[in-house]
Design a protein around this ligand. Sequence first.
Ligand SMILES: Cc1ncc(COP(=O)(O)O)c(C=O)c1O
Length: 444
Amino acid sequence: MATETLKRPMTGEEMIALSKKHTLFEWSAQSKVDPIPVARAKGIYFWTPEGKRFIDFNSQLMCVNIGHGDDRVIRAIQRQAAALAYASPFMTTEPRARLGAKLAELAPGDIDVFFFTNGGAEANENAIKLARLTTGRHKILARYRSYHGATAGSITLTGDPRRWPSEPGLPGVVHVLDPYHGIERGWDSAERSLAMLAEVVELEGPHTIAAFILETVTGTNGVLIPPDGYLQGVRELCTRHGILMICDEVMAGFGRTGEWFAVDHWKIVPDILTMAKGLTSAYVPLGAVGMRRSIAEHFRDNVFPGGLTYNSHPVACAAALATIQVYEEDRLIENSRKMGALMKQLLADLERRHPSIGAARSIGLFGLVELVRNRKTRQPMAPFNGTSDEMAALGRFFREEGLYTLVRWNTFFTNPPLCITEPELREALAIVDRGLEITDKAVA
Ligand SMILES: Cc1ncc(COP(=O)(O)O)c(C=O)c1O
């Protein structure tokens, strides 16, 4: 690096060039990546070093739930770093103690014991371990339209095509179909989907199945909100066969859906609940596995054979406590519900006016639009696991107009920070409105 660039802040171009030269970007062929250089962020906005402003309409990776640059969390991180930046997980600290107790208050039912990790994938890895050890069974059921993380076990649980290059994965993972079958085939009823699941359980042998892991509301695979009765039916089936129900709320938790946890909408208590992202709003990395008392009891006399150097990291626990306080002080769960109702209305309005919208779904501030070439045939605007000129053009338009969101296959997401206001939401969706003129042109 030229010494001159070391003395001053980098330009966006310099950041991109050096990052591409010396670092790997995830899930991408490196010659194709085109990252946005980011220098600072506040609330729902972030800026490039050159001062171009973006609305963060995806909360980065659906994680900065409280919004960017909140001083209360920044100060808590600074205070904890100054007092005690790290302690071995064999010791204990005040933030660890307080965070465990606080999460026990917020989590549903008798989930009141937590194991802290660095993120979502590790939370799911440890959930598998807990399930296998406490049941003495080895199989794990998971769904196809899912993402559970990129580590060896979690990528095996993952149903979407990100799993394929990592196969063969962890033995004993069995995938089942979801209630949703894509924009062309649509939804099964809860009854039909549950009957399929019961059949798989019977065919696999219930006594061999330790757990069924599912995203309560599926995230990157389509903001799939389960039909009423589905989660209750899964709970009942699992209970009947002694199978543990693991709800992955890494993305859906912490207010994203308008409740602290998405399971609260259907009033069910899973045996294990995994979380990350919104737990600290990504100010620093932290994940957690929550478990019911009965599971924790197993480890009273049996060793819990798991560990991480950064388990219960004091700075991360302090950040989580401050983040939770922000959700409470600013009533962000309520705002997610309120702005979520408005977003649903505005998305329905876009659906009425834009023929390329095949479906618009949302729950709280967790939303997605599916685009089609034809409303009768419901042919998606891009194929499964692929893209198209129109979707690429829509992505470029959003970027030019200063709207950041995830454009994936035939879909794009509407997942703003939960602190968004009505004028900000309208401003973002006005850009979406103009962008959809591009995809409308492709409608036959
Ligand atoms: C539902 C779900 N589970 C697990 C993960 C993995 O979390 P992490 O990337 O923190 O390992 C993600 C990440 O997007 C997710 O959305």
